[in-house]
Design a binder for this molecule. Structure first.
Ligand code: SF4
Length: 266
């Protein structure tokens, strides 16, 4: 569907949880953030119904995000249901990779096509410092499992401060080249200050061609990451919430005072 700026809105990012096994310094404080109540989180039937309605309205690409989507129990069941929606052309997930060595084959068999995996450094100490709890070996094993399972393409999301020439980014790029992976550079963003840049190697942050909507794990359709606009699916119904979000999608992002990255899925 076209929005009022003639952008074709055909991409829905679905956050299935605000929980995560990491505490990345640029995403949340060490102590974590207050989590949503269980009853506020959409159940699989609700998420499936919204995804089905969205595809019926012209959405062709769906990405599953979090928090960390692989911490959501029985996630394979949801993947399998969404993958079967007629008209869905592109089905991916963004993950920190830790649970991929456990789930990659099941995800692929359930119909997931591709994954984006977060990796900001190849240095184990720095990795642990950035994620506050992470072990880089688990992520590297997860990437291997994703390759072996046939998930393709595998893209690496590398968060940078300012430039892809930063030492860590250069090392991650070298690793990607050696392993046939695509790298994307994401400059650290600030929702409240409205700091964001176009993703290098991707389309995120390019407002003039923006094609995306987001579904938060508590059922809000958001037309823009850097805006406070949201439409409650549980109150309005999926179709009306999606149509309102497309109709009111801002020309460009400004600031977002209501979300944290862990509950909107970046
Ligand atoms: S800031 Fe908003 S309009 Fe711009 S690219 Fe991001 S989601 Fe799209």
């Amino acid at each position: 569907m076209l929005d009022k700026y003639n952008r074709n809105i055909n991409y829905l990012r679905i956050s299935v949880t605000d929980r995560c096994n990491f505490r990345c310094v640029y995403c949340m404080p060490e102590e974590g953030v207050p989590l949503m109540k269980h009853e506020d989180i959409l159940n699989f039937d609700e998420i499936f119904e919204i995804a089905q309605t969205a595809v019926g309205l012209g959405i062709e690409k769906i990405r599953i995000t979090g928090g960390e989507p692989l911490v959501r129990r029985n996630i394979i069941e949801l993947i399998s249901r969404i993958a079967k929606i007629p008209g869905l052309k592109d089905f991916g997930m963004t993950t920190n990779g830790v649970y991929l060595s456990k789930y990659a084959q099941e995800l692929f068999d359930a119909g997931l096509q591709r994954v984006n995996i977060s990796l900001d450094t190849m240095n184990p100490e720095k990795f642990n410092k950035i994620t506050r709890v992470g072990n880089i070996d688990e992520v590297l094993k997860g990437i291997e499992a994703a390759k072996n399972a046939g998930l393709n393409p595998i893209k690496i999301n590398c968060v940078i401060e300012k430039s892809e020439n930063e030492t860590d980014a250069v090392e991650v790029a070298k690793y990607c080249k050696e392993n046939g992976l695509q790298i994307r550079y994401i400059r650290e963003m600030d929702l409240e200050k409205g700091y964001f840049w176009q993703v290098k190697g991707g389309e995120g942050g390019a407002c003039n061609i923006c094609n995306r909507l987001r579904l938060t794990s508590d059922g809000k359709i958001r037309p823009c990451l850097f805006s406070d606009l949201e439409y409650d699916v549980r109150k309005l119904g999926a179709e009306k919430a999606i149509l309102l979000a497309i109709g009111e999608k801002p020309e460009r992002g400004t600031i977002n005072n209501t979300n944290k990255f862990n509950n909107i899925g970046g």
